[in-house]
Write a protein that binds this ligand. Sequence first.
Ligand SMILES: *Cc1c(COP(=O)(O)O)cnc(C)c1O
Length: 394
Amino acid sequence: MAKPVFAETHAETFLLHGDEFLHTDASVTPPIPYAATFLAADAESFAGMANTERHPQYYTRYGNPLHERVAALIAELEHAESGLCFSSGMGGIAASFLALLKAGDHVVAQKNHYMATSKLLTELLPRYGVETTLVDQSDAGAFEAALRPNTRLIHVETPANPTLALTDLAAIAGLAQPRGILTSCDNTFASPINQTPRDFGIDLVMHSATKYMGGHHDITAGVVVGSKLLVDQIWHTAITLGATLSPMDAWLLLRGLRTLVMRVQRQNASALRLAQFLESHPAIGQVRYPGLASHPQHALAKRQMHGGFGGLLAICVKGGYADAARVIERLKVPAHAVSLGGVESLVVHAAAMWAGTMNDEQMRAAAIEPNMIRVSVGIEHVDDLIADFAQALD
Ligand SMILES: *Cc1c(COP(=O)(O)O)cnc(C)c1O
């Protein structure tokens, strides 16, 4: 028998037991519906399956029972009515924008976004007649000044990649709602354990589930949550674009979610300790971490990040590009790799990563310094991380 969804419990409990599909057979773990297509009992039910929106057992690009349960859990975590899974974070973001925008629409977004999101907004969408204005995310007034009569969407990302600058979610929703403008927030960096943008009035929340939700640097996945009305609308476009999550990866994502709370809490605590250590180190020029009092938006962080300040920090070593590269080479514990949010700590040299898409001037405008290292703190013992940074900076 299906257990009731008990969303009123704490997230850790809910993620283990609050799954209405759980225990539908004898196994404690959920079965993997590894099927591209599903049987119809008779002619009448086939017609029903073929013509029902988001039928979970018709054809996996349209829906899959496991996708549905994973999306439902994440929607619950994000205080949303409905959710959809994708084969990557970008699959979800691109499908959402393409579903909600049409030629002649205008978008207001940030100067700093995940790189592929920036490209989508500034390179791909203009080819289809959608214009975007990019503003300084720390200035709510800049969003307001950029609004036009045809503004359809405000898209934000907070904390943003890679600068850890924040956007005031309540202020953005306050601008958009009275004007009938949609809002979306990429909540990947915070995770729903630390921040739930829906509570501030944001319509859609997107995640690269490749990061904290999957949590092990092994799958790529994405999820978009919001009202059923909006998510249904995105589904109609998503089935045409085809960024379908594999049932196996949906299962791994579900498995990752079981430990999400524990992992994120540890990552929050370790990142704060590491940030405090680095801030007092003479070889470090600057540490950007929303949990530090020195973060220019620390008060906002405390207001909108209820669970903690996340596992990501940006540090600027004293010196230039080559000095940052040398520190990364000397680090032994964190792996030198893109991505973030998993159990292993990772480091990347921000300026090297963005060199292919931004010139020096654009990087300066986006506050990406040549000596900046982005650190994704994993679940290693924090003393080992601190000792490793200490030896690399000596
Ligand atoms: C990784 C990431 C994405 C893209 O997700 P993929 O799963 O790689 O497609 C989008 N936004 C943010 C903030 C990310 O970190």
